[in-house]
Design a protein around this ligand. Sequence first.
Ligand code: MHQ
Length: 264
Amino acid sequence: EINSMADFFSFFSSNIETPSSTAHEIDCLTANIVKSHRETCQYRVEELQALRWKVFSREEVLAYQSKSVEEMWQRCAYRLTDSIQYVVEFAKRIDGFLELSQNDQIVLLKGGSLEVVLVRMCRSFNPDNGTVFFEGKFGGTEIFKSLGCNDLIASIFEFSQSLCALHLSEQEVALFTAVVLLNPERACLQEKEKVARLHSHVDVTFKNTLQRSHRDTVLSKLSQKTLQLKSLCSLHIDRLRLFLELRPLLAHSLFPPLYHELFT
Ligand code: MHQ
């Protein structure tokens, strides 16, 4: 289990050659990223779709709504951190990621892991009734009422709804999340050029697969999504700050260490 960035580096391994852009290498990179996604996506998408009938009852919704704001923040932070650990594992399995400096790996994960979780959320989201898979069943925004940040929750759900409308395949989710993660524009990268090279390989691969499946139109819509992701993450940080300012003593005991390290 990974509780901090230090734990993460004790897993250190692997040595991968620099990729170049022949057709064969594009296929290899696609296969590598799709496999990495499949191995680290927490739930299979067919599994999630088969569970859609399991919706929280009126009583269960009321039980969530009567929880204290602290308990609800803690639960959500634990669930988020859990899924972020899978994203860390996803990153490590992408060819070339472990060849970056430790600093740059951390910078990319700090800046991108929540964005990847929010993209992955569309797999756990049922757009027919606006519910998400949370603690074993599907629930709507009302489940999260006691967090006291309805604007954040509404924006996250709207984002998932709009991403679902693009009907991304598992391959597209895999490649898009890799593109999001390997963003060379993150502040404080030491070897920006190296990240940019890796990013462009994945980006070329992604564009290539979209073209091959005649899905070029998806591309322009996804660049909007990238901007929305950025504002969702800063809204999350804002709401977290607000929550912590009111409870300075509680903060440290409430959240998992990795959540703390990433967002406070
Ligand atoms: C992943 C599985 C997964 C796990 C957790 C205020 C705050 C701290 C958070 C899910 C916002 C509340 C999250 C738990 C809420 C929007 C968060 C809490 C895909 C994503 C998913 C479903 C997360 C989606 C966002 C949730 C519901 O594989």
